[in-house]
Design a protein around this ligand. Structure first.
Ligand SMILES: *[C@@H]1O[C@H](CO)[C@@H](O)[C@H](O)[C@H]1NC(C)=O
Ligand SMILES: *[C@@H]1O[C@H](CO)[C@@H](O)[C@H](O)[C@H]1NC(C)=O
Length: 369
């Protein structure tokens, strides 16, 4: 009798959890309105019923979700595996690369080992390996993310809103011949930059980053009344504008501009080819994320990108040793401890709600707003 109890408890917990998730997805609690800045017509966000769009499938509407991580960071794999299981999607791991293992002969054009960090080199190689995987395996689209990511427990509902906005922006993109299989995010994108840390809009680019007139595209689609957008002072990442210019709880889908941080981005098959060409073969003389931003901003090989702020994927800062945060910076120099983990810009953090989710409890906000 006693031996039977734990499994019964588990079954009850699982059923309760599934009910909570279904309630969240069907209650429209994260439903919001979409509107382009150029035309105030509302998009039929609710036309695609929850669950019908492929965005809700086990790979978030992409063919794969690829995570780049060093195999020895088993702590990060544990966290991400649990988080993706609890929010309903599957990960494909690809090993990160230690910079010093990159042979001198394989160094990208322009890389100077004397002045540039081997750790940035490793980061570059890990991302380029992920791009090559997409090209090699003929993958139609994949979301690539770093292994310290966090996202909102409502990520699928967020992605559905984002997909409608992204499709609107693509109306002005060239026809992308390489995206042959249908994507819920539209057919004409090369990259969807879903996780970055600082946004500079096209119209605010500083002189040294300005692109030629015919490549400029300041269009935006606004998602209003999104309860998963934090209120000030917790809403960040605005590098070139003030959040006060927008109503509270607005998420902005836009054509970048300049982005910093390569937390998470999706590539279509054609986008992966362009990215492998530019990031792999055409040289690398600055950190990976700056180079990725150039690829979008300068429309290299016709690259077309869509981005979103606040981001849907943001790196988590866990409690514990601060030096363990990043594999780019060296460990051991900083033995400072962080008492409480946090993730910028994510209201219902999956990482911080793991305890609630495994117990079947409602997710909580990171900040009392
Ligand atoms: C999810 O949807 C995408 C786009 O339609 C598709 O490529 C992918 O295979 C689907 N994933 C699963 C697990 O069915
Ligand atoms: C970002 O927005 C906040 C308001 O939420 C504002 O105080 C801050 O100055 C903005 N940052 C930039 C760089 O404009």
């Amino acid at each position: 009798m006693i031996a039977g109890r734990p499994s019964f408890t588990l079954v009850v917990a699982a059923v309760v959890f599934i009910c909570v998730v279904i309630t969240f997805l069907s209650s429209g609690s994260v439903r919001s309105q979409l509107r382009t800045t150029s035309s105030p017509t509302r998009l039929a966000y609710s036309a695609q019923k929850h669950g019908k769009s492929d965005v809700f499938n086990a790979t978030l509407g992409f063919e794969k979700v690829i995570v780049i991580g060093l195999p020895e960071r088993s702590d990060k794999r544990d966290a991400l595996t649990l988080m993706s299981a609890l929010t309903g999607f599957k990960l494909s791991w690809i090993d990160g690369v230690i910079g010093k293992t990159v042979s001198d002969k394989a160094l990208p054009l322009g890389w100077d080992r004397e002045t540039m960090q081997d750790n940035n080199l490793g980061s570059w190689r890990g991302h380029v390996n992920a791009m090559r995987r997409i090209v090699e395996d003929g993958i139609s689209s994949a979301l690539i993310m770093e292994d310290d990511m966090d996202w909102d427990v409502h990520v699928k509902a967020q992605l559905e809103q984002f997909s409608a906005a992204a499709r609107t922006l693509q109306k002005d993109f060239h026809r992308n011949q390489s995206l042959e299989s249908p994507s819920p995010y539209g057919q004409d994108w090369d990259m969807l930059w879903l996780g970055s840390c600082v946004t500079t809009f096209d119209e605010h680019l500083p002189a040294h980053l300005k692109v030629v007139e015919e490549q400029r595209d300041p269009r935006k689609v606004l998602i209003f009344d999104d309860p998963t957008v934090p209120l000030p002072p917790h809403i960040l990442a605005n590098g070139s504008f003030s959040w006060e210019e927008y109503p509270p709880r607005t998420r902005i889908v836009y054509v970048p501009g300049d982005n910093v941080c390569s937390f998470a981005y999706a590539l279509s098959a054609s986008g992966a080819q362009k990215a492998l060409h530019h990031m792999g073969l055409e040289g690398q003389y600055k950190p990976f994320d700056n180079h990725l931003s150039d690829l979008c901003r300068m429309r290299v090989d016709g690259m077309r990108c869509v981005s979103v702020v606040p981001s849907l994927f943001v790196h988590h800062r866990p409690k514990g040793k601060i030096s363990a945060d990043s594999d780019i910076n060296k460990a051991g120099q900083n033995e400072e401890m962080r008492e409480v983990g946090f993730t910028e810009n994510i209201v219902y953090s999956t990482r911080l709600n793991l305890g609630n989710l495994v117990r079947g409890l409602e997710p909580e906000k990171q900040w009392a707003e």
